[in-house]
Design a protein around this ligand. Structure first.
Ligand SMILES: Cc1cc2nc3c(=O)[nH]c(=O)nc-3n(C[C@H](O)[C@H](O)[C@H](O)COP(=O)(O)O)c2cc1C
Length: 191
């Protein structure tokens, strides 16, 4: 795909088919993350790629609690859009049937500049979403578990010797079509 079609066409996908993701595609997606820019080339990320049914189930157990704890956040954000609440909660409970979850941690617990290593890791995440899109694979970036304070438990469970859990990415072939939310004004100026 053209780069601009990948960027403008990527959407958060919250329902997936049961089509598996090949080893080669998954490897390309992970490599895209690893090739992100990073502050003073720290490459400060660590990915736990959850693919086995056993480990996916363990993550879904965390997500059942996340879904409950996140309810008030959704209520306040989507007060006028109950469908969005329903969609998100359904997604949390089964992660949309995603084939793979990528849990994203900082490699180390202590960096001198948390902002820069977090920005670097966000670049790695976006690279993975865009590589997935290029292959026709849908994705969703999630931080709800962090928002409700389950991050440390997830770190202890999946990567006890690594730094903080920042986010997860779900991957799978899309079972839904999404359109881009309208862009809001006042987000840039040219000076
Ligand atoms: C840092 C970050 C955290 C997000 N966390 C969640 C999440 O916890 N649950 C979820 O369903 N979507 C999450 N999303 C996806 C956003 O809801 C989505 O990007 C936004 O609604 C715009 O839609 P689009 O990705 O299709 O353009 C997150 C996105 C980002 C960048």
């Amino acid at each position: 795909m053209e780069t601009k079609d990948v960027i403008f066409g990527r959407r958060s996908i919250r329902r997936y088919t049961d089509q598996p993701i090949s080893d080669a595609d998954l490897e390309d997606i992970i490599q895209a993350g690893l090739y992100a820019p990073s502050n003073i080339n720290f490459q400060p990320w660590y990915f736990v790629v959850v693919r086995s049914e056993e480990k996916k189930k363990e993550m879904l157990e965390f997500m059942a609690t996340v879904s409950k704890l996140f309810h008030p956040v959704l209520e306040s954000r989507f007060a006028k859009n109950p469908e969005a609440i329903e969609e998100t909660e359904t997604f949390f409970k089964g992660l949309g049937g995603a084939q793979v979850y990528i849990l994203v941690f900082l490699l180390k617990p202590d960096y001198p500049d948390l902002s820069s290593v977090t920005q670097s890791t966000a670049a790695a995440i976006e690279n993975m979403l865009l590589m997935a899109k290029d292959k026709g694979i849908g994705s969703c970036w999630l931080t709800a578990a962090v928002r409700v304070g389950k991050d440390e438990e997830i770190r202890q469970h999946f990567a006890p010797d690594k730094g903080p859990f920042l986010a997860m990415v779900t991957l799978g072939y899309p079972a839904e079509e999404k359109t881009a939310p309208p862009r809001r004004g006042g987000r840039f100026e040219v000076i």
